[in-house]
Structure formats: C-alpha cells, structure tokens
Write a protein that binds this ligand. Structure first.
Ligand SMILES: Nc1ncnc2c1ncn2[C@@H]1O[C@H](COP(=O)(O)OP(=O)(O)O)[C@@H](O)[C@H]1O
Ligand SMILES: O=P(O)(O)OC[C@H](O)CO
Length: 500
C-alpha cells in the first residue's frame, strides 16, 4: 500500500508553499513560489488574490510533478495563512472586487483614528482582544466597501463575500462550495467576539459590514469540505484544518501547555504564549487572540506582533541592494565586532507591539564616517532581536511568567548570528527545532488530527526535537548599554509621519 501523507498549504506574505508531512512530522516534499507585492502608495501593501491562488496551484503542480508522490496519497489538507489580509469577492463570478489588502497596509489608518476619536478602544479590546489598528481586517473591509464603486450596493444585496486568505483558499479549493474560516483567523478581524465566539453585531454596525458577507466560523481541526476534483488532480481530498500562520506555528512547536511560547521570524515577527482556556487581557500592548479551536473548546494566547522582521532583510536586498541574498547578511554581520553604535529602526509601516504607533517611520541612527555596509547589515539584523526583547518584556509583565527558553522558527532563524545575538540580548536560551517549517507542520497536525492520521497532542509533542540551542554569552551591563541605545532610537521614530 502506498504511504499516506498530510499536505500543508502555507500561504505566507511573500510566498506560498506546499509541504508534505509523514507520520513522524518529517518533510517528504516541499515546493515554494514567491508572488508579487504591490505598494500603490507610501505605507500601502496589496496582493492580487488571483495571483495568490495561482501561486498555490503552481506549488501543487510542482509538488506532484517534481516528487514521486501521487494525489491519492494525500489523506487530508491543512491550510495556514498570512492573517488579517482581506479579500472581498463576488460570489457569482468568483472575482475579487479589489486587491487583497495586506495586514501590513496602512491605508485604513484614518478610519482607525476616527474609531479611536469616538472612544471605541476599550470596547474593541474587551470584545476582540485587539487594539484599534489598520493591521486588522475589519477596517480593510470597510475601506473596500467605501472605495470600490458599486461594492457597498452589491454587498448589501448579498452578492459579495469577505474572507481572510484561509477562507479564500478553501472557497477556491472546494470549487466555490465552502465559505468558512477558523477561530484563529476570525480572532484577527476586529469584528469577532473572542469570548462569545460570534461575529459582533455592534462592530459590524459601526463598520457598515453586512453579515451576509461573513464566513461561518469553525474549529481549527475539522473537515470543512472536499477539494473540487478539477482543482486537485481528480481527487476529492478532505480540507481538514485551518489556522492563521502564527497560531499554526505555536501548534507546530507543540506549545500545548499554558506558559509555553514561540517566536516566528518571517516577514514580520510574532511571539505567542499559550494561556490555556483563559483569555488574558494585556496591560502592556500585547494582543489577546485565539490559539486554536479543537476538541470542542478554544484556547487563547497572548501575542506580540512585530510588523517588519525578515522584510528588513529583503529591504537590504531589494531596496538598498547591499546584499544579494538574505543569507549573505550573516556573513557580513560577523565581519565586524559590533554595529559600532549604529541602530536601524525598521518602522516602515509604523510600529506594532508594544508601541502601536501607525505614524512611526523607519530611521537609521548613529552613522559616522567609519560606518560600513557591514555595520548597517548587522544593525538591521540586531533590530529583529531588539524588537523581540520589547515584546518579551511585555509578555513577561502580562503573564507574570519568566521564560526559561524561547522556541524559534521561520525563515530568518537559519541566521546563526541573529539567533546568538537574540539569546544574548534576551539573556535567555534560544531553541531552534529540527523542523523549521513549524507553521506548515502545525497546519498539518490540525488536519491530521481531524482525519485520524495522528491520534492526539501527546503523539505530536513527541515529534518535536531541538536542532540547536543558542546560550546567552553577553554580560548584563553590556546588554543594558546596547538596549538603552535601541530605546532612544525607537523614541525618535515615534509619530514621525504625523509631525509637521
Ligand atoms: N539567512 C537569513 N538571514 C536573515 N533573514 C533571512 C534569512 N533567510 C531568510 N530570511 C528572511 O526570512 C523571511 C522569509 O521567511 P518566511 O518564514 O518564509 O516568511 P513568510 O512566511 O512571512 O513569507 C524573508 O523576509 C527573508 O528576508
Ligand atoms: O507571512 P508571515 O509569516 O510573516 O505572517 C504574517 C502574519 O500572519 C501577520 O499577522
């Protein structure tokens, strides 16, 4: 009998991946494809939802084309996705009415300012666990309905559907039959009550979003439907799980107990701590979010969101052109002893946790005549670690838990310099697992639990293994000195685009 696998579709901010996992959680096959990013105005970021779908079809085609595996070996599909990114499409034609507005995009900042001026902050925090920020989907939907000609009328007639990328992909894969999302993705929309687990009538009313547009909210591990045979090489495969990529990574890192945390270094950087069945309200700028819905209950997490992490390395590559490939950054950074007092604050789309400043903008500080490309690259990598320290401090203050170790994953953790500096600046050991594709692995686990491929979380936790631990080496005084420079740099970038 042919071996069975679980297929994970990981739709990230800059690329889509298809990864096959076996029972041990090992990667059997993997394909990846980048897709275009659009920056129509400063601070705006958009994708073409059809291009996203095209990239998913392309990685699927390559998977079965390049590897010795047949579509009928797929027992189930798990979907994981860049969160918050908003698609509105016509349910009759299947065509999006506007580009997908990406989570990073700031085009709804003025809508958020109005909501704040009306005093909704406390209500939004209590119901959704979120702060009012252009990051989340609700204001993006409103923007599309307000700005695309005819969209509001069509939405009111019931012809338009809204979805985050999970919904869009499930709808497409099922041939337009299934319009659902999972609890984790719903918890990032700013229109979902994370305590009652329902779409919130008051927020929908405030943002003018018709309820008929919304997907049904379902657990993260459940068969939602099957693939349309014409999209899946003649097979009806169960679509059996979905979760936002950061929650999927928490699951893939087997952070099943309250107090366990992971940090993912992709385009952005996201630290999540499991808080179990308790939704902890932050007093330090963290978000309260749903970790997953499984086994008939939801569990929660505290989250620190950093908007620009690996994207800063892409900026070194594509914007400044000081490196050719992201991994070159490690070699350059280690050519100098230190960043020589240079700080890069990559607040390109404002700042998330703990500052929540939509108007902050990026800056470089401490340049001298002796500053070289190496210093600049090193300072950019260091900025990922400093931002993570800001988040960890908030996390420890809110949870009253001191982390003994930090589990890491994501594209940038291959960078050994970054991981060592991270451990140094946090004074906490950093653990890099053998399977670095934990986001995809988490989605596979959620799907495989629904189909019976894996028995339970205990079986999954046994699959997790460390590849390398980075232990802190810097003394406390040096850490203090470096970090105080970062704090001064951050202060100087705040409110930049709103200052006249
Ligand atoms: N060796 C490296 N050093 C630093 N950054 C890296 C390295 N390799 C990849 N990256 C960064 O990691 C990111 C890609 O990680 P990934 O987890 O695939 O992101 P996403 O899921 O957000 O698309 C890119 O932003 C890239 O710049
Ligand atoms: O594309 P990633 O992996 O950086 O993740 C994006 C996040 O889900 C945004 O909230």
């Amino acid at each position: 009998m042919k071996e069975k696998y679980i297929l994970s579709l990981d739709q990230g901010t800059t690329s889509s991946r298809a990864i096959l996992f076996n029972k041990k959680g090992d990667i059997i096959a993997m394909t990846q494809k980048e897709f275009p990013q659009y920056y129509p105005k400063p601070g705006w970021v958009e994708h073409n939802a059809n291009e996203i779908w095209g990239s998913v079809l392309a990685v699927l085609g390559e998977l079965f084309g390049n590897y010795n595996v047949e579509p009928d070996q797929i027992e189930g599909i798990g979907i994981t996705n860049q969160r918050e990114t908003t698609v509105v499409w016509d349910k009759n034609t299947g065509e999006p009415v506007y580009n997908a507005i990406v989570w990073q995009s700031r085009q709804t900042a003025s809508i958020c300012d109005e909501l704040k001026a009306k005093g909704y902050e406390q209500m939004v925090r209590e119901k959704t666990g979120l702060v009012i920020d252009a990051y989340f989907s609700g204001t993006k939907v409103k923007w599309i309905l307000d700005n695309v000609e005819g969209a509001r009328e069509k939405a009111e007639k019931g012809d338009l559907l809204f979805g985050t990328i999970d919904s869009w992909l499930i709808w497409k894969l099922s041939g337009g039959k299934v319009h659902v999302t999972d609890y984790t993705n719903a918890s990032r929309t700013m229109i979902f009550n994370i305590h009652t687990l329902t779409w919130d009538e008051e927020l929908l009313e405030i943002l003018g979003i018709p309820k008929s547009m919304l997907p049904e909210v379902r657990p993260s591990s459940e068969v939602y439907g099957k693939t349309a045979t014409y999209h899946f090489f003649g097979q009806e495969v169960p679509i059996a799980g979905a979760a936002g990529d950061q929650q999927a990574a928490l699951f893939g890192q087997a952070c099943f107990e309250p107090g366990m945390a992971k940090n993912t270094y992709g385009t952005g950087c996201f630290m999540l701590m499991n808080t179990g069945e308790k939704a902890v309200q932050s007093e330090n700028g963290l978000l309260t979010t749903i970790a997953w819905g499984i086994d008939g209950k939801v569990e929660y997490a505290l989250e620190g969101s950093i908007f620009i992490a690996g994207a800063a390395i892409q900026w070194l590559r594509d914007g400044l052109r000081v490196i050719e490939k992201a991994p070159d950054s490690e070699n350059l950074a280690t050519k100098v002893e230190s960043s020589d007092g240079v700080y890069v604050v990559p607040a390109f789309v404002g700042l998330g946790t703990p500052y929540w400043d939509m108007d902050a903008r990026g800056a470089i500080f401490g340049l001298t005549r002796g500053t070289t490309r190496e210093h600049l690259v090193r300072a950019t990598l260091e900025s990922l670690a400093y931002q993570t320290k800001d988040v960890l401090s908030a996390m420890e203050a809110d949870s009253k838990i001191k982390l003994n170790t930090l589990r890491v994953d994501g594209g940038a953790v291959k960078n050994n310099f970054l991981m060592q500096f991270q451990s140094d600046i946090l004074s906490v050991p950093v653990e890099r697992p053998v399977v670095n594709e934990t986001t995809a692995l988490g989605a596979a686990y959620l799907a495989g639990l629904a189909t019976g491929f894996w028995k339970d979380k205990e079986e999954i936790a046994r699959n997790w293994a460390i590849e390398k631990t980075f232990a802190p080496e810097l003394d406390e005084q040096k850490v203090e000195e470096l970090y105080s420079g970062w704090k001064r740099a951050i202060d100087s970038t705040m409110h930049w685009s709103s200052l006249k």
